[in-house]
Design a protein around this ligand. Sequence first.
Ligand SMILES: [Zn+2]
Ligand SMILES: [Zn+2]
Length: 444
Amino acid sequence: MILGHSYLSSLNPEGLGTPLAESVTSYIPRLCKLHSISFSTFLSDILFPKMGTLSLVNSIKRGCSRVYTRPYAFNGVSNFTEKIIHTLELLTLQKNLIYITLLPLRNIISCQNVFRHYRAWCPICLAERKDRALTIYEPLVWTIKAVRSCLVHHISLRTQCHKCGNMLPVIARHVQNGFCSTCGHWLGLTDTNNKYPVDPIPDFDSWKDRNIGELISILPETINITRNETLRTVLTEHINLHYKGSASAYARSAKIPKATISRWQAGTALPSLENLLKISYRSQTPLADLITKGRLQKDAKVFDYQDSESLFPASPRKTNDFDYAYVKRHLESVLKSKSENPLSMTKVAENLGYTKKTLYKHFYVLCRHISAKAACHRKARKEQRLGQERLFVEKVAEQLHIEGVYPSYDAIENAAPKKGIMRSHESRDAWKNKLREFGFENGG
Ligand SMILES: [Zn+2]
Ligand SMILES: [Zn+2]
C-alpha cells in the first residue's frame, strides 16, 4: 500500500443538504476504490488503528468481526460513529462528514432499530447516474429501514440482487457502490430505455419516505440542537387543541405510554424515529418541521389511530448478543437464493461476521442445508468440467490423428487452454481409448 503516513484523498461527500445525502457506508467504499483497497483492509489497516480500537483490528484480521453486522455503527448516532467521522475527517481533511450520518440528530431521536442490515437501492437512480457519468453512490435514506421507495422514481427499493438473488449486507469485505458484493453484478438497470415495472407505492409509504428524506436534507440545520423544544411545543399544542390538554387522553389514543410522552416533554427521553413519524402524522406537521420550525396547522385533522396503527408495525425485538433474527433471515435467504453459484458455509460465515461454529450452534439444520446445497453444486460443476475436458481431449486427439501427428500426452496437454487437463482419470481414459481406436495397441 502506498498510503504510508499521508492523508487519504480529500473526497467530497455527495448530495449534502439534500434528501439524497450520501451515507458513510457509501463514502468509505468510494475511498477504498480510489486507493485500490478492500473495505476490510481499510478498516483493519487504516481506520481502526487510527481510532485506536485494536480489538476490532484483530477481529477483522481473523475474519469474524461483528462490525460487518452493525451498519448502524457507521451511519448512526453513537460515540463509535462520532469517532469514525472524526477519524475520517482527519484522514480526508473533509469538514462535513457528520452530515452523511444521522449524528446531527443525536439529541433529537433515538436511533435504535432505525437502520437496515441489508442494502436497498433504486436500480433507476443507479442507472441514471451511470448514464450521465456521475459518481455512483448510495444515499443515507436507502439505509433507513422505514424507507420503502425511491424519492425520485417512486418505485420500491430493491433489496435482492437480480442476478444471484442474494440480499446484500451493508458492510462486507468487498463492497462497491452499485455492485453486488456476492456476485459482482451491476445493481442498476442495464437498459434505461426498457420500461421498468412500476409497482404502486401506498400513499402512506410515500408520505413516510418523503418526510424522512426531508429530515435528511435538513441535517445541517439540526447540528446545534441540543434539545428538541419544537417537539415539545407541537405536542403540547396538539394535546391542547384536540385532547383538551389531557396528555393521558392523547396517550390512550396514540397507544403510547403516558410516562413516555411525559419524558419526551420533559426532555429526559428521546422519541424513536417511528414515534416521531406517528406524532408528525397525527399532528399533520412535516417531520422536518417537528424539529426545526414546528408550527402546528390549526385545522389539522386528528387521524383515526385505529387505522394508522397498522401503518406502524411493531419493531422486531433485538438482542445485544447474537443477532438471532438477523442471522436467521440471512441464512434463509441464502438457502432460498436461486444463485447460479450457491455460497459455501465458509463464505456465508465470512459475510455475516460470525464463525461457522457459532452459526452451526444456533442453526444446525439451516447450515447443513446450505452446506449440502453448495457441495451438490460443486460436484455438478466438477462433473460438467470433467465432461467438457474429456470432449476436448477426444477432439484434439482426432484432429492430430487426421493431421498425421501422433496424439501424445504432451501434444494434447499443450493444445489445452490451461495446464493440467490430462491430470484427471477421465481425460486420460478418453485419450487412451482414442489411441486404441486409432490402432496404437496399448493405448499409450
Ligand atoms: Zn430512483
Ligand atoms: Zn449478486
